[in-house]
Structure formats: structure tokens, C-alpha cells
Design a protein around this ligand. Structure first.
Ligand code: 1AE
Length: 408
């Protein structure tokens, strides 16, 4: 029987975890079991959740609150339709509100996964679009977007592009507005991209923020694509994974989609509640079709523990049914002095992403991008950033390091 498996971490100082696991497996599937007549039990068997394992952690001399069990339960696919809302409501709907319990992993069945095309481009496809195969990609984020007109945003875009970045993304707080509507923004920015390419030789993707009511998102995306958009940014958690899935599987939306983590902090950081970062930002984003997945890094201003970052990386890059890989994009407060750590932890299949760390450069935005490229090149060649920065043609890196230092 085809089944999706959920793993939970349940904290309780006194609970009988066997009982708890059984009550979850039954309660979230057939509702009750012992009260059923024998004949009914036979017909309901195929719907019944199964407890696969219970791993109790009972530390010696533990302070109250540290006893927990990791519980694995398999849910028959026959119980839910093949969409992410149905899966989530089945495995963690009511249960998410029932005491100290966190959903720490999901393994969907082959049958369930077959309903999801996943990322249309994946890492390889994004690399093909920008023509870069041998180094991490560099992404720049618009900063200061609200209340500006098209000319101002165009200039900001142009300066970012002159820094030689591979991608530029809108800030996630830039919504549909009369000053810079999506199709106009795309027109002027893509024109600036072509102008910059004459100088840098670098092709780039502009991930324009797709916003507005859910019912209009697909038509907004197509309007942006008709105007020349070659990538989209999407606030996945505010809309829901199913919306991302609908967009990514639409054949007319044939550009990479970057999934922004806004709202994720309401769900992953607690050890006792919510959903682990690797599921929330990793597996579900990939299943729903994100080509690039943004998340807070362990090194910058909004910090996620390193193990959780690496767990996201694993689930984006490892084999997962037929799905293409998604680019990990550890973000927030990134500056050139952090680049060696990013490359050490992520290798080259990563997007180095910065807003303030590019625009805040004392020589300007374009120099900010160049400083990152110098840091990436030095890190890939195993050259200490300070040595690289002392080279005469690495003025941009030197100034960045003077301002922000090198993170150890
Ligand atoms: C975790 C998302 C980071 C993000 O979207 C963003 O705008 C970062 O900006 P900076 O690099 O911290 O200025």
C-alpha cells in the first residue's frame, strides 16, 4: 500500500509514547478503532495509519521538559488527494495544535510525488539561463523599493547589474502599485539588463515579485513574462504551497521561480512546535516547484542554526523522486567577508545573495557586486580574503572587508 510518512518530535515528561503514537495514527485516519465492529475493521484497514517507529529520548538527570520521542507514522495515500494542503492537513492539521509536538520530516510516496512536476529549471536549468556552470551564482536584492518611481528603480537595477551579478530580485515587500506596476518594472529593468550586459558580458535573471490576489497571480505572471520577465519571486508561505505548485506547473509560466521565506519564522524556530526548516523551506518548496529557495543563513543578520541550514541544503540537492534540484540561497545580512563560510558549507551549488551587503558598499552598488565576485573567486581558489583584498585590482573587496570584516 502506498503511504506518506511523517516524523514527529513529541515532548512530554510523563506520556506513554506508544499510546500517543497510536492515538495519532488512528485519530488522523479512521478516527476510532477499538469501537469499530469486526466487519468494519476489515473494510477500514486500508485507511488506518501505521506507527512505524517510536524512538524515546530519556536523558539521565534531565531537567523537566527534555523528555521526547521521535515518532514515525505512515499515512495511506488513499486517504487524501494528491495535493500539499490535503497532505499537511492529514498529517499535521489538528495535531499541530495538540501539545508540544513538531513535524520534523515528511517522506512522500512515489505515487504522491508523481502529481508534482517540481522545479521546471532546477539548478542546471538556472545555470544554463545565465551561462554560468563553474562557480556559485551571485544575486543582488533591490533595497529601498517602496515609494520610488520607475526611473529610480531602473537606475538601482542598472547599478546592480553593472556589478556583474547573475540574478537580481525584487525586495519581497514590493507589491503591485501604481508607480511601478509589474509589467512596467519588467520592461525598464530588462532594458537596463541588456544595457549592462554590453559592459559586463553577464546575462542575468530578474526575479520580479509576483503579488496581488491569488485569483490573479497566474495572469499577472503571464503579463510579466509577456513584458520580458525571465524569473519570478514568490512569497510562498503567505499564499500557500499549492499556489506555488499551480504557478510552477503552468506551462505558460516558463521562467524560474524563487521562493521567499517571509513568514517562515512563525513556524520553524521552536524546538517544540511547528514544522522543521528542512520540511518547511526545503522539501515542500522543492515539491511545489521552487527553482531557488531563500532562507536565513547561519552567518548574517537573521540567523538560522547551521545544522538546520545544512539540512535544507541536503533536501534541496539530494535525490527526491523525479524532482530536479533547487538552488539553496542562504540570505540576510550577507557581505563579502561571509563568502568563504558559504562556500565551505554549501560548495558551488549555492546562490550568494545580498542586499545591504551590495548597496552599502562605500564605492557604490556596482562596486558592491564586484567585491562579492572578488570574494567568490578568492574563496574558490583557496586564497585568504585578506590576501586577495591586498591585490591592487581588488580595491572593492578591500573596502568591503574594512567595513564589514571577515566572518570566522
Ligand atoms: C531571508 C531573506 C533575505 C531577504 O529577502 C533580504 O531582503 C535580505 O536583505 P539583506 O541582504 O539582509 O540586506
Amino acid at each position: 500500500m502506498s503511504m506518506c510518512i511523517a516524523t514527529y518530535r513529541s515532548y512530554d515528561d510523563t506520556a506513554d509514547f506508544n499510546k500517543k503514537a497510536n492515538s495519532i495514527a488512528i485519530g488522523l485516519t479512521v478516527g476510532s478503532w477499538t469501537d469499530l465492529p469486526e466487519a468494519k475493521k476489515t473494510s477500514m484497514e486500508k485507511h488506518l495509519g501505521k506507527v512505524l517507529s517510536i524512538d524515546v529520548h530519556e536523558p539521565n538527570n534531565a531537567a523537566a521538559g527534555e523528555r521526547y520521542a521521535d515518532i514515525k507514522i505512515a499515512y495511506p495515500d488513499i486517504n487524501f488527494s494528491r495535493d500539499i494542503p490535503a497532505l499537511l492537513v492529514t498529517i499535521f492539521g489538528k495535531l499541530s495544535m495538540d501539545g508540544r509536538i513538531k513535524l520534523i520530516d515528511i517522506d512522500v510516496s512515489e505515487q504522491f510525488a508523481s502529481a508534482f512536476p517540481g522545479p521546471k529549471f532546477g539548478i542546471q536549468g538556472v545555470r544554463n539561463l545565465v551561462g554560468v556552470h563553474d562557480r556559485p551564482l551571485l544575486m543582488s536584492i533591490f533595497k529601498s523599493v517602496v515609494g520610488h518611481d520607475l526611473a529610480t528603480l531602473r537606475e538601482q537595477f542598472y547599478q546592480q547589474a553593472l556589478g556583474g551579478v547573475d540574478l537580481i530580485k525584487d525586495d519581497e515587500i514590493l507589491f503591485e502599485n501604481p508607480l511601478t506596476p509589474i509589467e512596467k518594472r519588467v520592461e525598464v529593468c530588462m532594458e537596463a539588463a541588456r544595457q549592462a550586459e554590453q559592459i559586463t558580458g553577464q546575462k542575468l535573471l530578474y526575479a520580479v515579485n509576483l503579488t496581488g490576489p491569488t485569483s490573479k497571480l497566474a495572469s499577472q505572471a503571464k503579463k510579466a513574462i509577456d513584458a520580458g520577465a525571465n524569473a519570478l519571486l514568490f512569497n510562498t508561505l503567505a499564499y500557500g504551497y499549492d499556489v506555488l505548485h499551480e504557478l510552477s506547473s503552468d506551462p505558460e509560466i516558463n521562467v524560474p521561480i524563487a521562493s521567499h521565506p517571509a513568514m517562515a519564522g512563525a513556524m520553524y524556530p521552536s524546538p517544540h512546535y511547528g514544522i522543521s526548516a528542512s520540511v518547511l523551506l526545503g522539501k515542500l518548496n522543492r515539491l511545489a516547484g521552487a527553482d531557488l529557495v531563500l532562507f536565513p543563513s547561519p552567518y548574517g543578520s537573521v540567523v538560522m542554526p547551521k545544522e538546520e541550514n545544512l539540512a535544507i541544503k541536503e533536501v534541496l540537492l539530494n535525490d527526491m523522486h523525479h524532482l530536479k534540484t533547487s538552488f539553496p540561497v542562504p540570505s540576510a545580512g550577507i557581505h563579502p567577508g561571509i563568502v568563504p563560510l558559504i562556500l565551505k558549507d554549501f560548495g558551488i551549488d549555492v546562490v550568494v545573495n545580498a542586499g545591504g551587503g551590495i548597496h552599502g558598499h562605500a564605492m557604490g552598488t556596482a562596486a558592491g557586486g564586484q567585491a562579492f565576485h572578488q570574494a567568490i573567486q578568492a574563496s574558490m581558489s583557496g586564497i585568504d580574503l585578506r590576501d586577495a583584498a591586498s591585490q591592487p585590482n581588488h580595491e572593492e573587496l578591500r573596502i568591503a572587508i574594512e567595513a564589514w570584516g571577515i566572518k570566522q
